[in-house]
Design a protein around this ligand. Sequence first.
Ligand code: SF4
Length: 325
Amino acid sequence: MSSVDRTTADLLLEWDRTRPRSRQRELGWSEVGGCRRRAGYRLAGMEPADPGGSLQAVMGTAIHDAVQQRLNETAAEGDLVEYPVVFAGVPGHVDRYEAATGDLVDVKTTSSRRLDHIRLHGPDRPHLFQTDGYAAALAVAGVRVRRIVIDYIARDTGELYRHARRPNPAVVREALAWLRSVRETDLDMLNREYQPDSPFCGHCPFRTRCWDGAVHDRSPLSVLFVEDPDQQRWAERLERARADKADAAKREAEAKGALDALRPDDETTMVDVGLVGKGLRWKTTTSNNIDIDRVRAEYAKVGARPPIKPSTSTKLVFAPLPDGE
Ligand code: SF4
């Protein structure tokens, strides 16, 4: 690509790929608890076949760098900034440790939509594993962490949400069990934790290697069948998944109907139902859809039909076999 063809996005991604952190080949704490397969590639020392990375990640990196620069200028005695640690043989970098408070602080950037989810359900498992892993690493080094703080910043709104908790040995044990299971499992047997069209796979440096081997002209997921060509088992799994889905939809409808008994007249009122950290709120939304029957009738009046756009989809349905099979 010539320099004139490079967009700003290309330049940002190039910058990101040349950073030492992006060139790291070994498994780091930021990946513990995420995709097992990706962790397996790291542990096996596989060379990434894809560039990986995303503009969102670049924005996160730029925010990290700005925070780090400011902290380096203002750090007090005993504070740690961008501090390298190794725990259970896995390296990582503590964003900051504040000696005066005993706070270990990690900064994460996300979308406002994801931030709403985190505020309601708490940090994702890899974030818990990573920060408790860092606290354990500092404890081994004789640095006592009193509180773990994760500052989540929404890239699109600039909103900041601060999650704080005490270090939790149970989380460290869970992270170590996760690591052990990945280390003890053959690479080919490690779960692909995400779908090939998800952002996780889209930005994964092992995407090509991971989904290589799919049937030509079929879904990338067909590689799962190539690796395990037990058609009956896959069909049973599909049948069971659909039954579970139908059962979940029934249970959801029942619970929603039962809880409607509590619905306040004023939709701004939150109802506390005794769940930790969350209540219930009813939201009514109105959407304006085209009244297709009326549109058809209007066109019919002048002897015309509304324009149509063909759309094709492939459905997978169960159908009875012909008699005798
Ligand atoms: S491509 Fe997706 S499933 Fe495969 S290793 Fe990467 S994140 Fe995991």
